[in-house]
Design a protein around this ligand. Structure first.
Ligand code: ZN
Length: 140
């Protein structure tokens, strides 16, 4: 099985994300990118975090090709791929649906950098992206 360690991390942090109230149901998703292998381990679509086993985690190339896995990847797989393509310093993405973040997004309010570590990576604020529904990207 490819990327065993990364699959286990996706499972473990998925449970943590849910337990800490950062998401609910099957919303949100997590990925870990192994840059040496050029492969991403991403949470499967529609499976409860506490029912997800390492073999449910989908292994993908950044072009959207499934390299290994028996499940369908998160519908937000392209968001993860684009982050890894554009940021060589990023090796994991945790996409939550926390109540506070959802409220900030609905109000279209940027998140001020209230901690120096946040300011170090994002400047004075984390901007709020324009609302968009997810959709499957058409082949380029
Ligand atoms: Zn989402």
């Amino acid at each position: 099985m490819l990327l065993q360690k990364e699959r286990e991390a996706v499972v473990e942090y998925g449970k943590t994300m849910f337990s800490k109230g950062l998401t609910n149901g099957t919303t949100g998703n997590i990925s870990v990118f192994n840059r040496e292998e050029g492969l991403m381990a991403i949470s499967p679509s529609g499976i409860d975090y506490f029912s997800t086993a390492p073999e449910d985690v989908v292994i993908m190339k950044l072009d959207g090709t499934i390299a290994d896995g028996i499940r369908k990847p998160s519908s937000e797989v392209h968001l993860h791929s684009e982050v890894y393509k554009s940021r060589e310093d990023v090796s994991a993405v945790v996409h939550t649906h926390s109540d506070n973040s959802t409220i900030m997004a609905c109000l279209n309010w940027p998140l001020p950098s209230v901690h120096y570590m946040l300011a170090a990576v994002s400047g004075t604020e984390v901007p709020c992206a324009k609302y968009a529904t997810y959709r499957r990207r058409q082949a380029d």
